[in-house]
Design a binder for this molecule. Structure first.
Ligand code: DC
Length: 666
């Protein structure tokens, strides 16, 4: 995906099956423990994404043998606790699941390392982890702002640390109990626990303050157990890694599907009808975010599950209901509840989500800002967000959603497409955990259908398209009118038709309303004014400007509302609605078109000459088909309809026949 936005059409329904990508949290834990273990591990179903790429690259930089052996399978040659490279610079992007545990492991193994990430990573606090590690003798310093990455790690300070006789790289601090704050990120505890077996001696971590995101700590303990280390715990307060713990490869490890990624599809099923099934996680999952399905069930969704799958459908006969919920146990999947709330009756209140503020972005602020763009009613505080759909049954309105370099923002907001067409800015941010998210999304969703009718001037497009729309009971978009309105508005503002930047600004701000067949511009009826020969010529000029076409693109797509849209123009099939399943290209001889236009003008009491009109049509055809952007062309997948010898009724019947023959999805 190279575009810096993705326009999602409004959706009618969602159903189908999605095979989930591997869990990010499990993938990065397993990779690190496989690297630290004795023996070789084959990791299967690994997530291939930005965050795991950072972990893989870091391990290779540290000298670990990592080899891809199949599509999603890697062989990791364990180093038995001692990285071959004792000095390295590691760049870890915005991958918290790589940065925190690597910090802990490198600080306790001894060596000279520098760890850095993207700008946002340098705004995410890490002081609690560093404070915990310093109690074990680690030598860590902040290279930028105190308390935040980037970090420099040096071998533990002499005198504070003693060797245990097992090797110069082993570090043991006399103090066996350390304290660690657990209320900012559970990844600090995860990082330290994963590093402690490298010490060889018994060490206890006492958690100070409320431990958040507990299921992720469970995941850590389960993964450590898989590699042969049993942590002894007293509730959520004390965790002890016994003496002589050491990681051993279990041989082959399968990574579960990502439960957080599952949340988007389960919500789609609950909102869009379903059934929508995710495969790769199920009832027996070790990931906390599978509990998201329980929250959906509390909202009224129908949920069923098996050992390795979960399925969601909409409640029968009623709407989803708003929910009040403490989200400590599902911090990531809880974000999905915030956009699901757009479809629920009454407000949804998500509590205990302070950790959102230190994630990929300040997720509470980002979520509130973007939900408001759609018309939702939002209230937020330090550690909660309350979301309700627009008041008194009003519908959500189209908007361009910013994603703040946060994969989950992009994925959460895709759900809003079940209520409105929308634009997702920087959609490629999903690569952090789910590179082909939008492809999977398209496979299980049914967009509002659109009939795209393109053709030359006076080929009969407008008449045929509006009658097809009436016959189907669908909306109608006369896209040429938008170019005409732009030309008219520019003329009235005294802006030249070649002044690309200013005409584009005018196109972006058009205060236009299409009510039935009436067209108003800033409140004034302009149906006739935009059809004059002068404005026709102006429309053709402004339509050749790329910035004007860009400015009108989303506005045209926003017309695609249920139950369907018939759109006419020059680039409906090629640019505006390339996914249309019904594309028609209309043409007719210049002579016949000139006669039709002549009759229209004479009927309105205007003088006209057929010869002059023919010449004008030829010139306009030439300009519309030769321009560099979105030229008038028949798409390869469009039906050609030559109306030279057809009545309007016959042409309409032919188009309807093509529309009805389109196979239905799902
Ligand atoms: O269809 P029409 O004659 O009302 O279109 C007016 C002008 O706008 C015409 O010169 C072509 C241009 N146009 C376009 O470039 N792309 C469209 N989708 C529709 C119209």
């Amino acid at each position: 995906m190279s575009a810096d936005y993705l326009d999602l059409p409004q959706l009618l329904a969602a159903r189908g099956t999605v095979r989930l990508p591997g869990s990010k949290s499990i993938s990065n834990r397993v990779l690190l423990l496989a690297a630290l273990a004795a023996g070789e591990t084959e990791v299967r179903d690994l997530l291939l994404s930005d965050d795991t790429a950072h972990m893989l690259a870091a391990l290779r930089t540290l000298g670990v043998g990592v080899e891809q052996v199949a599509d999603k399978a890697f062989r990791v040659v364990g180093v038995a606790g001692v990285f071959p490279l004792r000095e390295a610079d590691l760049f870890l992007g915005n991958a918290g699941t790589a940065f925190r545990p690597l910090t802990a492991v490198l600080a306790l193994t001894g060596g000279d390392y520098r760890l850095s990430g993207v700008a946002r990573m340098h705004e995410r606090p890490i002081a609690d982890l560093v404070d915990g590690l310093r109690q074990l003798g680690a030598d860590i310093s902040y290279l930028g702002q105190e308390g935040f990455p980037p970090l420099a790690i040096r071998p533990p300070m002499p005198g504070v640390v003693e060797g245990d006789g097992l090797g110069e790289n082993k570090v043991v601090r006399a103090i066996r109990v350390i304290t660690l704050r657990g209320d900012v990120s559970s990844q600090f505890l995860t990082g330290i626990l994963m590093a402690l077996p490298l010490l060889g001696s018994e060490t206890t971590v006492e958690v100070v303050g409320e431990l958040i995101s507990r299921p992720y700590v469970e995941l850590t303990l389960a993964t450590m157990a898989l590699f042969g280390v049993q942590v002894v715990r007293e509730g959520w307060r004390r965790f002890t890694v016994p003496a002589d713990s050491a990681y051993r490869s279990p041989g082959v490890v399968y990574v579960e599907g990502d439960a957080s990624s599952a949340s988007y599809f389960l919500a789609l099923g609950a909102i869009g009808g379903g059934p929508l099934r995710v495969e790769g996680v199920g009832r027996d999952s070790i990931q906390g975010d599978v509990r998201f399905a329980d929250a959906l069930a509390q909202m009224g969704a129908k949920i069923t599950s098996g050992a390795n799958w979960i399925e969601a459908s909409a409640p029968g006969g009623t709407r989803l209901q708003g929910l009040q919920i403490d989200c400590n146990h599902i911090p990531d999947a809880a974000m999905t509840l915030a956009t699901t709330a757009l479809f629920a009756e009454g407000p949804t209140v998500l509590r205990n989500i302070a950790s959102w503020r230190v994630k990929e972005t300040d997720r509470i602020a980002a979520m509130a800002t973007e939900l408001r763009k759609l018309g939702a009613i939002v209230d937020e505080g330090d550690d909660f967000i309350a979301v309700a759909p627009p008041a008194s049954g009003a519908s959500l309105h189209p908007a361009a959603i910013d994603t703040y370099d946060d994969h989950r923002m992009a994925m959460c907001f895709s759900l809003a497409a079940l209520a409105t067409p929308l634009r997702i800015n920087d959609p490629q941010t999903v690569a952090k955990t789910f590179p082909d998210y939008f492809e999977r999304f398209a496979e299980v969703t049914e967009p509002v259908p659109v009939v795209a009718i393109d053709g030359t001037s006076a080929s009969g497009k407008g008449t045929i398209a509006s009658r097809v729309a009436a016959a189907l009971g669908w909306h109608y978009l006369d896209s040429g009118a938008l170019y005409r309105l732009t030309a008219l508005a520019a003329r009235r503002a005294g802006v030249g038709w070649d002044d690309e930047a200013r005409v584009a600004a005018i196109a972006g701000d058009l205060a236009v309303d299409f009510a039935g067949s009436a067209i108003t511009l800033s409140g004034e009826e302009v149906g006739d004014a935009i059809r004059s020969e002068e404005i026709s010529a102006g429309a053709s000029r402004v339509a050749a400007l790329p910035a004007v076409r860009d400015a009108l693109l989303f506005r045209q797509r926003a017309f695609r509302r249920p139950p369907g849209l018939v759109a006419d123009g020059r680039d409906m099939a090629s640019v505006v609605f390339p996914d249309s399943a019904s594309k028609v290209f209309l043409t007719a001889s210049v002579e016949v078109r000139a006669k039709r236009r002549h009759k229209q003008l004479i009927d309105k009491g205007n003088a006209a000459s057929i010869a002059a009109l023919s010449l004008d049509l030829r010139e306009r055809d030439e300009r519309d088909s030769q321009r560099s952007v979105a030229p008038l062309q028949q798409s390869a997948d469009a039906h050609l309809l030559d109306t030279t010898n057809l009545t309007i009724e016959t042409a309409v019947a032919q188009v309807l026949d093509w529309v009805h023959k389109v196979p239905q999805k799902g």
